[in-house]
Design a protein around this ligand. Structure first.
Ligand code: CMP
Length: 131
């Protein structure tokens, strides 16, 4: 997922380029916007965290790009490509090092397990939107 501030800053093309150059195959792709209710549901696992309300407002604040990506070892390799949640701790050359504003506005989201990748893919895409 390319988050609202990264889209608003005009970085969606550069970020998609890094993803594709990183060897990921795009299986599904969409430009969309979450309602507050949808953002709350997507991030339900963080419901008890102090930043949940801020996270939901932010994720619903503007359009986003969502994708399903395929690669050997995709989940771990994508997390390497995006870098640490906090851009101050993200390695050089990572998407968050290049484009994230802060720990909250951190440019991109990647699934944290294959199981969650399947659930998150189903959240956004029907079967006929996958290639
Ligand atoms: P993401 O990888 O999408 O997973 C959960 C999101 O919550 C995270 O990226 C950030 O956008 C946000 N987040 C995580 N930690 C904090 C924090 N300490 N303060 C505010 N937002 C946070």
């Amino acid at each position: 997922m390319i988050k609202p501030e990264a889209v608003a800053a005009g970085n969606m093309g550069k970020i998609l380029d890094m993803i594709i150059n990183g060897g990921f195959k795009v299986i599904a792709l969409k430009y969309t916007r979450l309602s507050r209710q949808e953002a709350g549901s997507f991030y339900e696992v963080h419901k008890e965290r102090p930043f949940y309300g801020e996270l939901v407002d932010y994720m619903a604040s503007g359009p986003i790009v969502v994708a399903i990506l395929e690669k050997d070892n995709a989940m771990e390799d994508f997390r390497k490509l995006i870098g640490a949640t906090d851009p101050a701790q993200a390695a050089e050359g990572t998407i968050r090092k290049n484009f994230a504003e802060s720990k909250a506005k951190n440019a991109v989201h990647g699934s944290d397990s294959d199981e969650n990748a399947a659930l998150e893919g189903d959240f956004f895409f029907s079967g006929r939107e996958r290639f």
